[in-house]
Design a protein around this ligand. Sequence first.
Ligand code: ADE
Length: 247
Amino acid sequence: MIIDVVTIFPGMFDSPFAESIILRAREKGQFQLRVHDLRDYCHDRHRVVDDYPYGGGAGMVMRPEPAFRALQDLRDSSFSGEVLLPTPAGEPFTQVLAEKLSTLEQLVIFCPHYEGLDERVSTLVDREISLGDYVLTGGELPAMVMIDAVVRLLPGVLGSAESLDEESFSPLLEYPHYTRPAEFAGLKVPEVLLSGHHARINDWRRLQALKRTFERRPDLLAQAELTAQEEDLLVQWRQHDNKLDEV
Ligand code: ADE
């Protein structure tokens, strides 16, 4: 996969992709990151990327001309993928979307700044994406998060030790993990995990995942495939007004 990023802060992309799994993926050629400085697409002497908003109001707006030049350049005849625009006004970024994007050959991510981008640029954008209901200073951090989430899904990027099986959002939250020692700071690892009894361990993990999802992200339960017994548990938990320890 080729990922092109257009930004006024190219230096921000140096270190996050120069470590660990993502670096290994780059070195193995599993993905190529190309970072483009938006100011290189300005034709004026001062390389100005923003201007005052029509209609007035606070804040500056990114000018359409450099963005158009950059995106038209990247959307050339060989382009095969999607142009993404991080914005709090976009569709939510989810694991399902990350999976969809990971099947494409190329992604272009345009990072807006200031109060936003001249709306006409959206004619060159395939998808506007929000990382969550909060406002960041620019599109660079959302772009990095999306790149990380997509690249780890590319074939061969995760080794078997970091496998994609059983992870969060498929579709319950993940169960708690423990490693040695069996007791630390007076806190004990749950007995069942030391038992070596795989069926009981799986049951315990499933129950913990269900409990966590119920407490922290009940909205996810609607998409989960639950057994009749698990549905019964949910009914009981709801009756106990979220006080699971009493059940
Ligand atoms: N830019 C600023 N805030 C953002 C958010 N929450 N998601 C995506 N892009 C953004």
